[in-house]
Design a protein around this ligand. Structure first.
Ligand code: FES
Length: 80
């Protein structure tokens, strides 16, 4: 499987602390919008995208998996 799954048709707005995070690119994680390793269990051939945050901030992660600016929402979900 190489196609993504759309968990939902809107972004995930999350408050992040300085750290690194892994955004789920396959859409199968049960911990959306973060990777839980399901991409490996399901042999999707996909990898999560690493996000490094240096200061506390609010982030809008793509939930539809169609953003051209992934892992961030670029508004594409409004056209689906
Ligand atoms: S949720 Fe995917 S572009 Fe906004």
């Amino acid at each position: 499987m190489t196609n993504t799954v759309k968990p939902r048709n809107e972004p995930y707005i999350v408050e992040l602390r300085p750290s690194e995070y892994w955004w789920c690119s396959c859409g199968l994680s049960q911990r959306q919008p973060f990777c839980d390793g399901t991409h490996e269990a399901e042999h999707t051939g996909m990898k999560p995208l690493k996000v490094e945050v240096s200061k506390r901030q609010e982030v809008s992660f793509c939930g539809c998996r169609k953003s051209k600016g992934a892992p961030y929402c670029d508004g594409t979900h409004k056209t689906l």
